[in-house]
Each structure stands twice: as structure tokens, then as C-alpha cells.
Write a protein that binds this ligand. Structure first.
Ligand SMILES: NC(=O)c1ccc[n+]([C@@H]2O[C@H](COP(=O)([O-])OP(=O)(O)OC[C@H]3O[C@@H](n4cnc5c(N)ncnc54)[C@H](OP(=O)(O)O)[C@@H]3O)[C@@H](O)[C@H]2O)c1
Length: 315
């Protein structure tokens, strides 16, 4: 245990971080030990991680000193921010800066920054195809993360920039699954036209991140991951087959989606439109081959459905 390299994992009780902690604990190479970072080591999830063999350490991404303590002695750090907890890209940028500086101060040798594209590199703010949000973003929950890439470079920490993808689990937990259409069928609503949506099983993000920590040659590189590149129609067909009901793809214009009124609908509408309108670049940056190289257990959409379809709410 003493000679294992410690990987400090932010968000260890959440989707991405939990997958990474479990991947480290299950890794037969035994080269890494997991340090699970949480605000509350006494939560049931944190206790479960401790029972499974992780070291559990308290820290808050808003508190740089706590991050420095949590990163002390670690070889690697997995850094992620939590847009949907506060809807603020500025806060994500601030927190990323704190993580980057803390990793530098602690002498971390390999950071993974869980990032997304700064969509303002694809279109200017005055581009009329989608509204500008909060005065300076197109897709706020992408742009802040992409903007923060530079903070890791500025801090001088050895970083791999991990471009994540839409979680298929959004069909279960994020309200993005099929909804009753009123005629006995179900509608999967996404303003993606006939374009492909790179997506992934959440556990596979953690497994791919472990693969990145085994590849120091990826320091300084941007690596995109996905488990599948399906169109909306293909996603709906897979759901129909797995759920035994009729799910139809409902392609609405992005403006209609932005008007749905749920919190963040404008941001999500812009996100889907970005993925649709810049589809070639977006898909190309998330290679299935590279993801499988990092994570040989990568699940396909069909495999994910076989294990998870029962958990998708149909209401
Ligand atoms: N949904 C998608 O399809 C998707 C796709 C790509 C990227 N993303 C991005 O993924 C990010 C969220 O990651 P996730 O889904 O892994 O998160 P998550 O499942 O919501 O988990 C977040 C975890 O982080 C911890 N946390 C929250 N605030 C914290 C703070 N201030 N300090 C320290 N820990 C904190 C919480 O643990 P404790 O309560 O134990 O502290 C929580 O369990 C978002 O920024 C989102 O934009 C989402």
C-alpha cells in the first residue's frame, strides 16, 4: 500500500469521481491507491468508499487550503466542477483555478481536468444562431470549463484535459429520458436533427480516467471520450427495444427546447445546438477507439441499456 501512487479524486461521491475511485480499487495492476475527496466524510456514500478501501479526506473546492491538504502527497488528482449545483460558469472557473494552484503547491505529478469545449472558440458572442447567456457565454456549462483549461497551464501543473461526453445515465437521473407522448408511445426530445450525440456510461468515464493516469505521455494533451456516437433516432430505437415500448425521436428546433422553462433549458438548448451545428468537430474529438484503448471494458449503448434500462423512469 505504502508504495502505491495516490490519486486524489474530487467529486468522489458523485458520478465521474465515484467511477474513478471504484476503477482504482478494482484495478488489478495495483499501482494506485484512491483518496476520495468529499465535503462530508460521514455521509453514507463516503463511508461506503472507506469500507471499499479508499482513503476518505475532507475538502471543499471553494477552499484552496483544504484542497492543498487533500492533494498533499498525491501523485495524481482528478479535478471536476459541479455546474448544475449552482449554474455559475464563473464559479467553476474560480474553483478550477483553486484546484490548479493547490495541485501545483502540492507537487501533483499528473492532473486530469474534466473539461468541455469553450464553444466561444467556435462562434463569436454576436453569432445570431443562438442567444448569448449571462452576457458572456454561449453554452455556459461548457465555456467555463474550457476557459479554465488555461488556468491549469498557467499554474504549471502537468495536466491532461479530459473532454467528457453526455452520460447515458441522464436518461435515468437528469430528466433527459423518454416522456409519455399521450398516445401510448414515448418521446425522446432532443434538438439534434439527424446528427450524432457522443455519449458514455458514467462508470466508463472513471475507467477511462484511470487509463489516462497510466499514460503520462498524455500530459499536456486533450483527450475526448465516448462509448457511442448515436443519432437521436438510434437512441430512441435502442430505448424502444430495451424497454419494450415505442420511443420516438422528437427533434424540436433549439429555440423550442430553450423555451421549455426548466432551470437551465436555455443552456441545454444551446448545448444541443452546438453539438448539432458543429457535429463533425464535436464527434471527431471523442474517438471510440481511443476511449477503448484507455478503457478496454468500455460499454456500447446496447450493453449499457441491457444493464440499466429497467432504471429509466417512464413517466
Ligand atoms: N450530465 C452529463 O451528461 C455531463 C456530461 C459531461 C460533463 N458533465 C459535468 O459533470 C460535472 C459534475 O460532475 P458529476 O456528474 O460527477 O457530479 P455529481 O454526480 O453531481 O457529484 C458531485 C459530487 O461532488 C461533490 N461536491 C459538490 N460540491 C462540492 C464542493 N463544493 N467541494 C467538494 N466536493 C463537492 C459532492 O460530494 P459530497 O457531497 O460528498 O461533497 C457530489 O457527490 C458538471 O459540471 C457537468 O457539467 C455532465
Amino acid at each position: 500500500m505504502a508504495d502505491k501512487k495516490i490519486i486524489a479524486v474530487i467529486g468522489a461521491t458523485g458520478a465521474q469521481g465515484n467511477g474513478l475511485v471504484r476503477a482504482i480499487l478494482a484495478d488489478t495492476s495495483g499501482q494506485f491507491a484512491a483518496r476520495a475527496i468529499t465535503r462530508n466524510p460521514n455521509s453514507d456514500k463516503a463511508k461506503a468508499l472507506a469500507a471499499a478501501g479508499a482513503e476518505v479526506v475532507a475538502a471543499n473546492v471553494d477552499d484552496e487550503a483544504s484542497l492543498q491538504r487533500a492533494f498533499a502527497g498525491a501523485y495524481g488528482a482528478f479535478c471536476v466542477t459541479f455546474f448544475w449545483d449552482h449554474f455559475s460558469a464563473e464559479k467553476e472557473v474560480e474553483e478550477a483555478g483553486k484546484m490548479a494552484r493547490a495541485a501545483k503547491a502540492a507537487g501533483v505529478k499528473h492532473v486530469i481536468w474534466s473539461t468541455l469545449e469553450d464553444t466561444r472558440r467556435f462562434m463569436t458572442l454576436d453569432d445570431p444562431r443562438m442567444p448569448t447567456l449571462h452576457g458572456k457565454y454561449k453554452v455556459a456549462h461548457f465555456d467555463g470549463k474550457g476557459e479554465a483549461d488555461q488556468l491549469f497551464r498557467d499554474a504549471g501543473v502537468p495536466t491532461t484535459f479530459l473532454l467528457t461526453a453526455f452520460y447515458w445515465e441522464n436518461f435515468i437521473y437528469f430528466g433527459a429520458g423518454p416522456k409519455p407522448a399521450g398516445d401510448g408511445t414515448f418521446a425522446l426530445t432532443m434538438p439534434m436533427g439527424d446528427k450524432k450525440l457522443p455519449a458514455i456510461a458514467v462508470d466508463d468515464i472513471g475507467k477511462a480516467a484511470l487509463g489516462v493516469f497510466k499514460r503520462p505521455d498524455l500530459i499536456g494533451k486533450t483527450v475526448g471520450i465516448a462509448g457511442g456516437h448515436q443519432t437521436g433516432a438510434e437512441l430512441a430505437a435502442g430505448l424502444s427495444k430495451a424497454l419494450g415500448v415505442t420511443v420516438k425521436y422528437n427533434d424540436v428546433p433549439p429555440d423550442v427546447y430553450r423555451g421549455f422553462g426548466f432551470p437551465g433549458a436555455d443552456d441545454m438548448g444551446n448545448m444541443y445546438q452546438f453539438k448539432r451545428d458543429f457535429n463533425d468537430a464535436y464527434v471527431k474529438s471523442r474517438s471510440l477507439e481511443m476511449t477503448r484503448e484507455l478503457n478496454p471494458e468500455l460499454q456500447s449503448y446496447e450493453q449499457w441499456l441491457a444493464g440499466h434500462a429497467k432504471a429509466i423512469p417512464l413517466s
